[in-house]
Ligand binder design. Structure first.
Ligand code: ATP
Ligand code: MG
Length: 168
């Protein structure tokens, strides 16, 4: 099954991590590949994954949407997709989460039709979760389950800073 969590509201990554936990609880094998996030990142979820012995790969240089080094970002993203392909094709995982992968697709860093065709062929016994804003229409059309998080209110706009355990 291909699952997409998209939209502007908060909750896309946390929804994916909820599935990770749910799968893990049943003794299934989840893993996470995080695109665009710094490899050095020590978020609550990476610490939890470490303790639960859930493989977690961060492939990116942090949030670099205004980067001078776009070529490097693109390369890291492509390397991340290669890693994802290895993990999926290994057959060792029941649930593979591609966090913030919509950006990689929306930026055209990977060819979406090729990514989708590859998943159809190889992710036969693996559920795939893709998160991130601006999911391309072709991705939405191909997915089995799509939820769009709609922002109603976010404390960021009343000056509340990111909080441990809520944002990271
Ligand atoms: P989360 O990881 O909390 O589930 P998300 O994956 O839906 O959030 P992202 O687009 O990945 O959202 O953004 C991650 C960070 O940005 C989080 O710290 C989140 O609280 C914050 N954020 C999400 N939505 C908004 C928003 N509409 N306005 C401001 N900040 C936001
Ligand atoms: Mg997210």
């Amino acid at each position: 099954m291909l699952i997409v969590y998209t939209g502007n509201g908060k909750g896309k990554t946390t929804a994916a991590l909820g599935l990770m936990l749910r799968a893990w609880g049943h003794g299934l094998a989840p893993c996470v590949i995080q695109f665009l996030k710094d490899e050095q990142g020590r978020w609550g979820e990476t610490l939890a994954a470490e303790r639960l012995d859930i493989p977690w790969y961060a492939t990116g240089a942090g949030y670099t949407f205004t980067t001078e080094n776009l070529e490097h970002d693109r390369e890291l993203a492509q390397r991340g997709w290669q890693r994802a392909q290895e993990l999926i094709a290994s057959g060792a995982y029941d649930l593979v989460i591609l966090d913030e992968f919509t950006y990689v697709l929306a930026f055209g860093w990977l060819a979406l039709p090729e990514v989708l065709a590859w998943l159809v062929e190889h992710a036969t016994r693996t559920d795939i979760v893709i998160t991130g804003r601006s999911a391309p229409a072709e991705l939405v059309a191909a997915a089995d389950l799509v939820t769009e998080m709609q922002e109603v209110r976010h404390p960021y706009y009343s000056g509340v800073e990111a909080r441990k355990g809520i944002e990271f």
